[in-house]
Design a protein around this ligand. Structure first.
Ligand code: ACO
Ligand code: ZN
Length: 450
């Protein structure tokens, strides 16, 4: 429960996650020997004062000279080993307790390509196989360098509509935008600029007041737009650059042609303001009905994520297919999905008093059977007896789980959805041509998960 509380406390803009670990065996050293180790080496582990004013273990990811500081003045980019990477940040030396310093020599000899715990053999395997599209020409060492590079956030803040938002992760903007303290986005066409004046000039010219593409849903002030990545390539790419600032493991910015983007907006008399989106492959062999999902930080924890998830399943129902989100799921993605699956499945179990099969549940909800099984297993509601799955449907138990699954979120009013499934012959051909690229994208992702 502790980590959930942490998550709640830190919701908008900087949620804390449950990525375990964080244990540190500290080697105590005298103050003088500690300060003689300055500037600290990358890889050093030390305790650091966080925004809650408590000390937490960190690992130094990068260091840089303090602008206008003395010759030996450095600041450090640190990863809090107990928290998700989105909380990585630059800290001042004063925040670090040098007495707790630990230099992990073994890890430094090893590569730092990922922060996951792996055997040398696994690492070698990744060196050989982990080749990202567009990086085919890179050898393992250059790729490692690239991965090192993406460990540090390049854009600290963005301005989007009436919000200024702290970013969470690295995003591969064209190099001229790197290390810009703040990027200014047009909230309608998602063009981005380095200076406020450029944005102001742009807003006078930009004639969009909503995402390009078709409005396929409107209910009250909420609208959903379907944007075809092939017809609106620049918009699709801009959206991916923006989204990557809040998504850790996703890389899809180079093949937007193959995707549809479902953009959720809150509309008023000034226009339709982007709240979040999900992307969906036009054709998925793995029955993915959602590739990436994002609610922009100022709108998080208000039920929009559940709305987007629910919407993705409504589209699957219209297609007459079951669907599942693309893996890996982030910590927040998993929480949101688990909540959605629990609520939808347990409501049905309650109604049918348990007299329903997994297959029937899947047909009714478009949720893939694997996800149904994993949800019911996690809640300890299913047993495998005599070659059959037996579902527990004790109303008291179901109610307890439903209560714990949180609020229902914003409902999708299916009667307001005007949509037909995507079909395009030309795209089928394109997909066949690009299969190689698609395959290596998947394998790059799989390797990231290991
Ligand atoms: N702390 C604790 N629980 C949380 C948090 C948080 N910060 N955020 C979401 N949850 C859980 C809660 O159970 C919540 O329900 P509740 O508010 O009733 O308790 C539930 O998830 C969903 O809440 P919503 O308000 O409907 O979701 P939100 O609009 O915040 O969007 C999302 C969820 C899309 C995952 C958002 O957190 C986000 O954009 N995160 C960054 C990007 C990301 O990680 N996307 C998923 C990647 S996986 C993939 O793309 C396939
Ligand atoms: Zn614009």
């Amino acid at each position: 429960m502790g980590s959930m509380e942490g998550l709640k406390a830190e919701s908008n803009g900087g949620a804390q996650a449950m990525n375990g670990g964080g244990e540190m065996t500290t080697t105590r050293r005298g103050r003088s020997s500690a300060s003689s180790a300055l500037p600290l080496e990358v890889g050093t582990k030390v305790m650091c004062r966080w925004r809650d004013q408590k000390m937490h273990p960190v690992k130094v990811i990068e260091r840089r000279k303090v602008p206008h500081g003395g010759a030996g003045d450095y600041e450090y980019y640190v990863h809090y080993t107990e928290f998700n990477r989105r909380l990585d940040e630059w800290v001042k030396l004063e925040q670090l307790d040098l007495d707790t310093m630990e230099n992990d020599v073994d890890e430094k000899v090893d590569d730092k390509a990922t922060s996951l715990k792996m055997t040398r053999h696994q690492k070698r395997k990744i060196d050989e196989t982990h080749v990202e599209p567009g990086h085919e020409e890179l050898d393992a060492a250059s790729l490692r360098e690239h991965e090192e590079f993406t460990k540090v956030k390049n854009i600290a803040k963005i301005e989007l509509g009436r919000y200024e938002i702290d970013t969470w992760y690295f995003s591969p903007f064209p190099s001229e935008y790197n290390d810009t303290p703040k990027l200014f986005f047009c909230e309608f066409c998602l063009s981005f600029m380095k200076r406020k004046e450029q944005l102001q000039r742009h807003m006078k010219k930009c004639d969009l007041k909503h995402p390009p593409g078709d409005e396929i849903y409107r209910s009250g002030t909420l609208s959903m737009f379907e944007v075809d990545g092939k017809k609106n390539k620049v918009y699709g790419q801009n959206l991916c650059y923006l989204a990557k600032l809040f998504l850790d493991h996703k890389t899809l910015y180079y093949d937007v042609d193959l995707f549809l983007f479902y953009v959720l907006c809150e509309c008023d008399d000034r226009g339709c303001h982007i709240v979040g989106y999900f992307s969906k492959e036009k054709h998925s062999e793995e029955s993915y009905n959602l590739a990436c999902i994002l609610t922009l930080p100022p709108y998080q924890r208000k039920g929009y994520g559940k709305f987007l998830i629910s919407f993705s399943y409504e589209l699957s129902k219209k297609e007459g297919k079951v669907g599942t989100p693309e893996r890996p799921l982030s910590d927040l993605g998993l929480l949101s999905y688990r909540g959605y699956w629990t609520r939808v499945l347990l409501e049905i179990l309650k109604k049918h008093k348990g007299n329903i099969s997994i297959k029937e549940l899947s047909d009714m909800t478009a949720i893939k059977t694997d996800d149904i099984l994993s949800t019911l297993q996690a809640l300890d509601l299913i047993q495998y007896r005599k070659g059959q799955h037996v579902i527990c449907a004790d109303p008291k138990v179901l109610d307890r789980h439903l209560k714990a699954a949180g609020r229902g979120g914003l409902e999708v009013d299916v009667s307001k959805l005007i949509w037909t499934p995507y079909k395009d012959q030309e795209d089928e051909e394109l997909r066949r041509d690009q299969r190689k690229c698609h395959a290596c994208r998947s394998s790059a992702r799989r390797n990231q998960q290991q």
